[in-house]
Design a protein around this ligand. Structure first.
Ligand code: AMW
Length: 194
Protein backbone atom coordinates (compact mmCIF):
# COMPACT_ATOMS: atom_id res chain seq x y z
CA UNK A 1 0.00 0.00 0.00
CA UNK A 2 2.80 2.42 0.89
CA UNK A 3 4.45 1.66 -2.45
CA UNK A 4 1.20 2.40 -4.27
CA UNK A 5 0.79 5.72 -2.48
CA UNK A 6 4.38 6.65 -3.22
CA UNK A 7 3.83 5.84 -6.89
CA UNK A 8 0.66 7.94 -6.97
CA UNK A 9 2.47 10.85 -5.34
CA UNK A 10 5.16 10.82 -7.98
CA UNK A 11 3.05 10.17 -11.05
CA UNK A 12 -0.04 12.42 -10.89
CA UNK A 13 -2.04 9.22 -11.29
CA UNK A 14 -5.80 8.90 -11.03
CA UNK A 15 -7.13 5.55 -9.90
CA UNK A 16 -10.69 4.71 -9.15
CA UNK A 17 -12.57 1.65 -8.11
CA UNK A 18 -16.28 1.18 -7.54
CA UNK A 19 -15.99 2.40 -3.95
CA UNK A 20 -12.94 4.63 -3.62
CA UNK A 21 -10.70 6.87 -5.61
CA UNK A 22 -7.38 8.59 -5.20
CA UNK A 23 -6.88 11.86 -7.01
CA UNK A 24 -3.57 13.56 -7.43
CA UNK A 25 -3.12 17.06 -6.14
CA UNK A 26 -0.95 19.71 -7.82
CA UNK A 27 1.31 19.58 -4.78
CA UNK A 28 1.70 15.84 -5.58
CA UNK A 29 0.15 14.87 -2.26
CA UNK A 30 -2.70 12.40 -2.56
CA UNK A 31 -6.20 13.02 -1.33
CA UNK A 32 -8.53 10.21 -0.43
CA UNK A 33 -12.15 10.76 -1.26
CA UNK A 34 -15.04 8.41 -0.92
CA UNK A 35 -17.37 7.93 -3.84
CA UNK A 36 -20.38 10.22 -3.98
CA UNK A 37 -23.42 8.25 -2.98
CA UNK A 38 -27.04 8.83 -2.15
CA UNK A 39 -28.01 9.45 1.43
CA UNK A 40 -30.56 7.43 3.35
CA UNK A 41 -30.09 8.94 6.79
CA UNK A 42 -30.74 12.24 8.53
CA UNK A 43 -27.78 14.54 9.12
CA UNK A 44 -26.92 17.16 11.66
CA UNK A 45 -26.22 20.73 10.51
CA UNK A 46 -25.32 22.59 13.68
CA UNK A 47 -28.49 22.54 15.80
CA UNK A 48 -30.67 21.46 12.86
CA UNK A 49 -31.57 17.92 11.89
CA UNK A 50 -31.59 17.70 8.12
CA UNK A 51 -33.94 15.15 6.62
CA UNK A 52 -32.35 12.78 4.07
CA UNK A 53 -34.85 14.11 1.51
CA UNK A 54 -33.12 17.52 1.65
CA UNK A 55 -29.72 15.94 0.97
CA UNK A 56 -28.89 15.20 -2.66
CA UNK A 57 -25.51 13.54 -2.38
CA UNK A 58 -23.04 12.45 0.24
CA UNK A 59 -19.68 10.78 0.82
CA UNK A 60 -18.41 9.14 4.00
CA UNK A 61 -17.25 12.56 5.19
CA UNK A 62 -19.47 15.23 3.59
CA UNK A 63 -23.00 15.88 2.35
CA UNK A 64 -24.69 18.35 0.01
CA UNK A 65 -28.06 19.85 0.95
CA UNK A 66 -30.55 22.34 -0.42
CA UNK A 67 -30.93 25.66 1.38
CA UNK A 68 -33.81 26.85 3.53
CA UNK A 69 -33.33 30.44 2.32
CA UNK A 70 -31.50 30.42 -1.01
CA UNK A 71 -30.17 33.73 -2.30
CA UNK A 72 -30.19 32.58 -5.94
CA UNK A 73 -31.59 29.43 -7.62
CA UNK A 74 -29.23 26.54 -6.90
CA UNK A 75 -27.75 28.08 -3.72
CA UNK A 76 -26.76 24.92 -1.83
CA UNK A 77 -24.52 24.00 1.07
CA UNK A 78 -21.69 21.44 1.36
CA UNK A 79 -21.23 20.28 4.93
CA UNK A 80 -18.78 17.95 6.71
CA UNK A 81 -20.59 15.10 8.48
CA UNK A 82 -18.54 15.68 11.60
CA UNK A 83 -19.90 18.69 13.42
CA UNK A 84 -17.00 21.12 13.59
CA UNK A 85 -17.35 24.87 13.93
CA UNK A 86 -14.35 26.24 12.08
CA UNK A 87 -12.34 25.41 8.98
CA UNK A 88 -9.25 24.95 11.14
CA UNK A 89 -11.03 22.08 12.94
CA UNK A 90 -11.29 19.98 9.75
CA UNK A 91 -8.83 17.17 9.12
CA UNK A 92 -6.91 17.10 5.85
CA UNK A 93 -9.17 14.30 4.60
CA UNK A 94 -12.33 16.23 5.48
CA UNK A 95 -11.01 19.39 3.82
CA UNK A 96 -10.12 17.49 0.69
CA UNK A 97 -13.42 15.61 0.56
CA UNK A 98 -15.46 18.77 1.20
CA UNK A 99 -13.81 20.75 -1.60
CA UNK A 100 -13.87 17.87 -4.06
CA UNK A 101 -17.60 17.56 -3.44
CA UNK A 102 -18.01 21.34 -3.80
CA UNK A 103 -16.15 21.22 -7.11
CA UNK A 104 -18.33 18.44 -8.45
CA UNK A 105 -21.63 19.87 -7.18
CA UNK A 106 -20.71 23.34 -8.47
CA UNK A 107 -19.97 21.97 -11.92
CA UNK A 108 -23.31 20.15 -12.18
CA UNK A 109 -25.44 22.96 -10.74
CA UNK A 110 -23.85 25.58 -12.97
CA UNK A 111 -24.93 23.52 -15.99
CA UNK A 112 -28.34 22.66 -14.51
CA UNK A 113 -29.21 26.30 -13.81
CA UNK A 114 -27.74 27.52 -17.11
CA UNK A 115 -25.37 29.73 -15.17
CA UNK A 116 -21.91 30.83 -16.30
CA UNK A 117 -19.96 31.24 -13.05
CA UNK A 118 -19.98 30.08 -9.44
CA UNK A 119 -19.52 31.73 -6.08
CA UNK A 120 -17.96 29.42 -3.46
CA UNK A 121 -17.86 31.00 -0.03
CA UNK A 122 -17.33 30.13 3.63
CA UNK A 123 -18.25 32.39 6.53
CA UNK A 124 -15.75 31.09 9.07
CA UNK A 125 -16.71 32.32 12.52
CA UNK A 126 -19.46 34.66 13.79
CA UNK A 127 -17.58 37.86 12.99
CA UNK A 128 -17.33 36.66 9.40
CA UNK A 129 -21.11 36.25 9.31
CA UNK A 130 -21.38 32.56 10.22
CA UNK A 131 -24.79 31.92 11.75
CA UNK A 132 -24.73 28.12 11.88
CA UNK A 133 -21.75 26.93 13.92
CA UNK A 134 -20.96 24.00 11.65
CA UNK A 135 -18.56 24.48 8.73
CA UNK A 136 -20.31 24.80 5.37
CA UNK A 137 -19.41 25.91 1.86
CA UNK A 138 -22.05 28.00 0.09
CA UNK A 139 -22.27 27.33 -3.65
CA UNK A 140 -24.18 29.87 -5.74
CA UNK A 141 -24.60 29.51 -9.51
CA UNK A 142 -24.08 32.99 -11.00
CA UNK A 143 -25.47 34.64 -14.10
CA UNK A 144 -24.73 37.87 -15.84
CA UNK A 145 -26.63 40.71 -14.12
CA UNK A 146 -27.95 38.61 -11.21
CA UNK A 147 -26.69 41.31 -8.82
CA UNK A 148 -26.23 44.93 -9.75
CA UNK A 149 -22.89 45.05 -7.92
CA UNK A 150 -21.23 41.65 -7.91
CA UNK A 151 -20.16 41.72 -4.27
CA UNK A 152 -23.74 42.34 -3.13
CA UNK A 153 -24.04 38.58 -3.12
CA UNK A 154 -21.98 38.49 0.07
CA UNK A 155 -24.39 40.90 1.74
CA UNK A 156 -27.22 38.71 0.56
CA UNK A 157 -25.69 35.61 2.15
CA UNK A 158 -25.40 37.46 5.42
CA UNK A 159 -28.52 36.80 7.48
CA UNK A 160 -28.60 40.06 9.40
CA UNK A 161 -32.12 40.66 8.17
CA UNK A 162 -32.35 44.35 9.05
CA UNK A 163 -29.15 45.24 7.26
CA UNK A 164 -30.19 43.10 4.37
CA UNK A 165 -33.60 44.71 3.97
CA UNK A 166 -32.03 48.15 3.99
CA UNK A 167 -29.45 47.26 1.37
CA UNK A 168 -31.28 44.84 -0.85
CA UNK A 169 -34.79 43.94 -1.78
CA UNK A 170 -34.27 40.22 -1.19
CA UNK A 171 -37.09 39.64 1.27
CA UNK A 172 -39.06 37.46 -1.12
CA UNK A 173 -36.15 35.19 -1.98
CA UNK A 174 -35.10 34.73 1.63
CA UNK A 175 -38.39 33.58 3.12
CA UNK A 176 -38.19 30.10 4.60
CA UNK A 177 -39.25 27.53 2.06
CA UNK A 178 -41.56 24.61 2.64
CA UNK A 179 -40.22 21.11 3.20
CA UNK A 180 -42.00 20.03 -0.01
CA UNK A 181 -40.30 22.75 -2.06
CA UNK A 182 -36.90 21.79 -0.68
CA UNK A 183 -37.31 18.05 -1.18
CA UNK A 184 -38.51 18.60 -4.75
CA UNK A 185 -35.34 20.59 -5.48
CA UNK A 186 -33.17 17.89 -3.87
CA UNK A 187 -34.94 15.23 -5.99
CA UNK A 188 -34.08 17.19 -9.15
CA UNK A 189 -30.40 17.45 -8.18
CA UNK A 190 -30.10 13.83 -7.01
CA UNK A 191 -30.42 12.55 -10.56
CA UNK A 192 -27.33 14.61 -11.51
CA UNK A 193 -25.11 12.58 -9.18
CA UNK A 194 -26.05 8.99 -9.96
W1 AMW B 1 -23.94 31.05 7.40
O1 AMW B 1 -24.65 32.59 7.72
O2 AMW B 1 -23.76 30.26 8.81
O3 AMW B 1 -22.59 31.13 6.40
O4 AMW B 1 -25.14 30.28 6.44
C1 AMW B 1 -26.17 29.49 6.99
C2 AMW B 1 -26.97 28.97 5.84
O5 AMW B 1 -27.71 27.89 6.30
C3 AMW B 1 -27.92 30.00 5.25
O6 AMW B 1 -27.78 30.00 3.84
C4 AMW B 1 -29.28 29.49 5.68
O7 AMW B 1 -30.28 29.78 4.73
C5 AMW B 1 -29.02 28.00 5.78
N1 AMW B 1 -29.86 27.26 6.72
C6 AMW B 1 -30.09 27.55 8.01
N2 AMW B 1 -30.86 26.61 8.58
C7 AMW B 1 -31.12 25.69 7.62
C8 AMW B 1 -31.88 24.49 7.59
N3 AMW B 1 -32.53 24.03 8.65
N4 AMW B 1 -31.94 23.81 6.42
C9 AMW B 1 -31.30 24.27 5.34
N5 AMW B 1 -30.56 25.40 5.32
C10 AMW B 1 -30.48 26.11 6.44
Amino acid sequence: MLKVLALLRSSNAFISSSRRCYISHPSKRCCFISTIKMSTEAYQFGPYTIDAKEVFCSTNLSFAMVNLRPVVPGHVLIVPKREVKRVVDLTAEETCDLWLMAQRVGKQLEIYHKASSLTFTIQDGPEAGQTVAHVHIHILPRKSGDFERNDEIYDAIDVKEKELQQKLDLDKERKDRSFEEMTQEADEYRSLFI
